[in-house]
Design a protein around this ligand. Structure first.
Ligand SMILES: C[S@@+](CC[C@H](N)C(=O)[O-])C[C@H]1O[C@@H](n2cnc3c(N)ncnc32)[C@H](O)[C@@H]1O
Length: 477
């Protein structure tokens, strides 16, 4: 017999309405709880030990036990729920009482701080000592400062956890038996960026990523809590060997998620030194690129001029010591048009008259410049253009600057690649937002120099139509 989760759902709703939520206290709706539980491959041993850390009102553990009861009637189940907030213990107790009344199930609550107790900082609990077969969690989300006790606790495990949810996942993973699985609904932010690099390495070294579930619309999961965080659900197998990854997508207008499988190498690119976790689209196209900008000897940096901090240096008119000042507004279909003769334009000249301003100027040369922000409605996230001026030049802070690039054909080829559809789709596999940082560009796969030169040779930097760009990078590779 399975469990009627409607009581647990009612408890979630009334509890959420009656307490003043702490940071990161968002309770999982029943449908999402069932989805999480279904993303574990149920093993078939005689006894299963399950952990629900940060259990809240207990809906996740309840959903999983209910599923096991149905699919594996002969398996006995032990559920351990850990919760720190004493206000939630009565509701959690009621849910676990319902769980406990199922045949062959025992459920217990540990009222404790999962991170500080379980890491040993506060003492530890016997019920948490033996390894678990399954961990299910919707952990709290909140940034952890470098000196936060939770962060120090996790350092003992050998991982930097910049956020509570990462700390919960790392600890949960370390409590699994080999082959045990963890499923978590968490913000997507750990999948890229440098803050989470140590955490990603920890995850990817200790487990195999089996499933990733995404939501087409940001407010699908926590609709009634007003959370607009982009969430993903991931399933990890402790000590597993990397293999194909199942990608699930909940579409806004379809109750049945869409699934496809991609190779692990498309999720974590073998060339990626920062171990970004990407969510490739279904077609997972082959890309003609396996280098990084650094391997091509090219540096990338954010434009140095922060105009509001250097107002008196950003001028409308040229002067004796001014150099061109390049803004995103100077981008013009693959080239930088300077000066830009538009009404209400940004200042086009940067006064390099003293040490302060000279430090913000780039040496003469050819650069590929990439916008740092794109509008949501722009067709591509990555927008690049070639700067090929004579003298020194200054780039405003809303640009990223790659170079200098001595070979004109390589610069044009690089601009073609960065403006291409395949690169854009690849970028979207790891970034859900419209910002393109220098760090992102450093991790992107780039074709080798010969390929870039071939693409750029005998071509002008002015961009061709999108179809032609995409034809070049797919057919001339
Ligand atoms: C995002 S809520 C999710 C609750 C529940 N798992 C669910 O899915 O509805 C996170 C829960 O973790 C609890 N929590 C936060 N920090 C904790 C800690 N250090 N130890 C144990 N529980 C914690 C919060 O009180 C909250 O109930």
């Amino acid at each position: 017999m399975s469990l009627d989760l409607s009581f647990a759902e009612q408890r979630r709703i009334s509890t959420a309405g009656s307490i003043t939520a702490e940071a990161g206290q968002v309770f999982t709706p029943r449908v999402a709880a069932i989805l999480l539980a279904s993303m574990l491959d149920l093993p078939d041993p005689k006894r299963l030990r399950i952990l629900d850390p940060g259990a809240g009102t207990g809906i996740l553990g309840a959903a999983l036990v209910s599923l096991i009861r149905e699919a594996r009637p002969g398996t006995s189940v032990e559920l351990v729920a850990v919760e720190r907030d004493s206000r939630l213990i009565p509701a959690l107790g009621e849910t676990l009482h319902e769980v406990d009344s199922l045949a062959n199930v025992s459920a217990s609550i540990i009222e404790a701080d999962y991170l500080l107790d379980e890491s040993g900082l506060l003492g530890g609990h016997e019920a948490l000592d033996d390894p678990f077969d399954l961990v299910i969690m919707n952990p709290p989300y909140s940034k952890l400062a470098a000196g936060a006790p939770e962060r120090l606790a996790l350092r003992q495990l050998g991982v930097e956890a910049p956020n509570l949810y990462a700390a919960f996942m790392a600890l949960g993973l370390s409590q699994l038996r080999p082959g045990g699985q963890l499923v978590a609904i968490v913000p997507r932010s750990f999948m890229n960026g440098t803050y989470f690099e140590s955490f990603r390495r920890f995850l990817l070294n200790r487990s195999a990523l089996r499933r990733i579930h995404t939501f087409e619309s940001r407010n699908t999961v926590f609709r009634d809590s007003g959370v607009l965080q982009e969430s993903v659900i991931v399933t990890l197998e402790a000590g597993g060997k990397p293999g194909p990854v199942d990608i699930g997508v909940s579409l806004t207008n379809d109750p049945v998620p869409h699934h496809y499988t991609v190779d692990y190498e498309k999720v974590v690119l073998p060339t990626d030194v920062h171990k970004f976790i990407r969510i490739p689209d279904e077609h997972g196209e082959d890309i003609p690129a396996d280098k990084t900008l650094a391997e091509l000897g090219l540096s990338v940096a954010t434009g140095r001029v922060v105009d509001f901090r250097a107002r008196s240096y950003c001028l409308e008119n040229s002067g004796d010591e001014t150099v061109p000042l390049i803004y995103p507004g100077n981008f013009n279909s693959g080239v930088i048009t300077w000066p830009r003769g538009m009404k209400r334009q940004k200042p086009q000249h940067f006064d390099a008259r003293d040490d302060f301003s000279r430090k913000q100027v780039h040496a003469p040369g050819r650069y590929v410049v990439v916008k740092r922000f794109s509008a949501k409605e722009e067709p591509r996230r990555v927008v690049a253009a070639v700067w090929d001026g004579e003298g020194p030049v200054a780039f405003e802070n809303k640009t990223n600057v790659i170079g200098p690039i001595p070979d004109a054909a390589v610069a044009i080829g690089l601009s073609i690649w960065l403006n291409s559809g395949p690169l854009d789709r690849l970028f979207r596999t790891f970034s859900g937002h419209t910002q393109v940082n220098a760090g992102d560009l450093r991790t992107l796969p780039i074709p080798d120099e010969d390929t870039l030169r071939k693409w750029g040779c005998d071509r002008e930097p002015e961009l061709l139509g999108q179809d032609e760009i995409d034809r070049i990078v797919t057919e001339e590779a």
